[in-house]
Each structure stands twice: as C-alpha cells, then as structure tokens.
Design a protein around this ligand. Structure first.
Ligand code: TIU
Length: 222
C-alpha cells in the first residue's frame, strides 16, 4: 500500500503503512480490571474500558493492512531489581508494586494481572515490549525495532492518556517519529486529563504530535 491520507488534528497527515506502526500501550489487566495497580492507586478502573473497542478496531485495521503492531506492558522483574524505590513506594502501603493482589503480584512480569486483556491479546509474531517505566522507549529495545523496520510514524493507543501514552509520544517525538494519538482508543482514570492530554499534543500546530481516532485510522487503511 502506498501513502494514505489520515484525517487528524491539527492537520491531515499522509503516511505509508509500511513505514508505520500501531503501538498499544499497557492494555493490561493490572490497569483495566479491579484489583490491579490502577485500582491500588485509588482509581476507578472501569473508566478505561471505553478504550477497548476502539483499540480492537484500530488493531483489526492494522493487522489487515499488514502494518507492524507492537504491544507494551508496564511491569517489573519478580525481584524488583529494575523497580526504582521511588516508584515502588507510591500508593497504598499494603498494595504496592510486587505485593500480592487478586491477579497475582501487582505489576510483576509473568503474573496474570500483568498480562494484556483478552480482547486485545497479541497475535503470534506481534512484539510485546516489557517496559519498567512509563515511556515505551525507556530501557527497552523499541527504538532498535522501529529503526530495523524503517518506521517513521507511530499510531499510539492505550492507557493512560496522560501518563504512559503521553510519555511514549513525547519520547517518540524527540526521537524523530511522527506520533499520532488515536484519541478514542486512549483512556484515563480522569476524563478531564484525557481531554486536556489530547489537547496538549495537538496544540501549537501539533507541538509534539497529532490526534486522530480509530475510525479515521481504519478508514485510511481501507
Ligand atoms: N496510573 C496511571 O495513570 N498510569 C500508569 O501508572 N501507567 C500507565 O499509564 N500505563
């Protein structure tokens, strides 16, 4: 497929699907289901469910177009050797990273809660990036993967808009990628942060990216 046009803000964007990747950020049970890390921080996790269907739509379109699809998961080694104490110390004292929860140890790799929700489960061959931080580039091999494939444009979905999605878009923008948030395929525990988070990306002529949605993305690939 040659270049296609995407409706986006602050301006439309032409991209080549062969040089683009769909990046699904942290659609993990620990963030979307009761009992995980998100809830331990005091959040209403049901607010994130709104992003699942638009993510499914974007995922189906990217797969059908043969586009690179990358999934990320936030989490840590079982011995917590990669978890900064300043991060572990946050949240309710009895329910912190590494503590037992209803879906296994909270935000620990290999535990059920750390895995991706069933509706968006990675297909065979789709890379899954395990990241210790909020951004998907920090301490991961994402940059190498994108460089190896000649990727220049990232479509970013997932949770939460103002935390891991934002950090990843900011990191990607600084590394020279054109980053597009698919707004309805992102969600936050704070609807206001979601809205303003998307506004921040596209303000000032698209200061660090573009904002579009799952329908426009799948329509562009049709
Ligand atoms: N708490 C919150 O909003 N987010 C995170 O801790 N991680 C992600 O955004 N994935």
């Amino acid at each position: 497929m040659s270049e296609v046009q995407l409706c986006a803000e602050p301006a439309p964007l032409a991209f080549s699907p062969a040089r683009a990747a769909l990046v699904l950020i942290d659609m993990q049970r620990d963030f979307l289901e009761p009992g995980g890390f998100g809830e331990t921080l005091g959040n209403d996790v049901s607010l994130l469910q709104a992003a699942v269907e638009p993510c499914q739509r974007a995922l189906a379109a990217a797969r059908a177009a043969g586009m690179l699809v990358i999934h990320t998961r936030e989490g840590h080694r079982p011995d917590l050797s990669d978890a900064p104490p300043a991060k572990v110390a946050r949240g309710a004292p009895s329910r912190r990273i590494g503590d037992p929860g209803p879906m296994g140890r909270i935000l620990i790799r290999g535990e059920p809660g750390h895995d991706i929700v069933e509706a968006l489960y990675p297909a065979r061959g789709e890379p899954v990036i395990d990241k210790p931080g909020k951004g998907a580039f920090h301490q991961t091999d994402l940059m190498q993967m994108l460089r190896n494939r000649g990727i220049d444009t990232l479509f970013v979905c997932g949770v939460t808009t103002e935390v891991c999605v934002h950090t990843t878009i900011r990191e990607g923008n600084d590394r020279g990628f054109r980053c597009v948030a698919l707004g309805d395929a992102c969600a936050s525990y704070f609807p206001e942060f979601h809205r303003v988070g998307l506004d921040m990306i596209k303000a000032q002529g698209g200061i660090f990216g573009w904002v579009s949605d799952a329908a426009a993305f799948s329509g562009a690939l049709d």
